[in-house]
Write a protein that binds this ligand. Sequence first.
Ligand code: G3P
Ligand code: CA
Length: 361
Amino acid sequence: MNLRLDLVLTGHFFIMFHKRFLLVLILCGFVILYLTIPSNTFASQEKLVIAHRGASGYVPEHTLEGAVLAFAMKADFLELDVVMTSDGHLIVMHDLTLNATTNVDEIFPDRSGTNGKHLSMEFSLAEVKRLRVHERSNKRGSGPAFIGRFPYESSLFEVPTLEEILKLVNGLKKSHGRIMGLYIEIKGAEIHRQYNLDPAAELLAILERYDYLEASDPIWIQSFDAEVLKTLRHKHKTRLKLVQLIGENRWRLSATDFDYLKTKTGLKEVVGYADGIGPWMNHVVTGKNLAGDLKLTGIVSIAHQLNLKVHPYTMREDRLPDYVETFEDLLHIFFNVVQVDGIFTDFPDQAVKYLEKTSIN
Ligand code: G3P
Ligand code: CA
């Protein structure tokens, strides 16, 4: 009897011991897994800081130097606009023309352009590489668009190609271990067509060479032009994540009807070809009422119901909307109140600091 009891107790002890041992092993597994996950993965619940045209609040937009600074500031993604040269290279530039951010008038005084404007599609890459990039000019071309940023007179920087950015990001990944994602916008599909250039096809070809192929890869492709995105998804069958940017019809960016896209029916259509939307920040918050309450449009909750990510543009410390006193107020409204999934900002360091301080990520 005692012997049987001993055996039963011993067996019970071993089962208990094994269960505990197994539990400890599982816990250790979780701890090791947690410790080995890079601190900056792209988990779906994370809020993204997207460095708009690089760390453009500090260094002229769309330069390799601004990209490195964005990386050092721990931006999750680097936002890039791409246009093409006459010989078919994708260069990193916001405008279709070279005038507002380079010294093209000084280097090519004999090129008349169209109404004094020089389209990138009329310059070869070798010619573009002779230019120097400076801070963006105001609309009159009489000085900087943003007073107080990098000295306007300095022309220290080159126009980068997309390929140079890809090499930079890969280099930093190897030397530093952290991946900065890319968030690439195709500009001016229609005008490129007139020059027999196809930036969307070229973009996919380059990205494929650099192994960006899957939805899980750290890359988003964005466009204001719904047709460009539909072509990428349905004709080229890309699996990469796509974002429909939403602007105002009066900006005359493409044939896309933004008033329609902002409706629930429009957003349902977006679900058929994209994974998220990039609304103008004024499409999300329109101000405060007399009682001081925020006026929200509801676009974020509708998009979230449809499983679309929402990344509004563009938050700038030096161009605050009138319903906030500080940049931190603005970050609080978008990250905490409206609960967007990420933001485009010229000041990535401040957004990263805000998220770290408030432990949202
Ligand atoms: O791509 C997001 C935001 O950059 C859209 O505006 O004019 O800066 O390209 P824009
Ligand atoms: Ca852009």
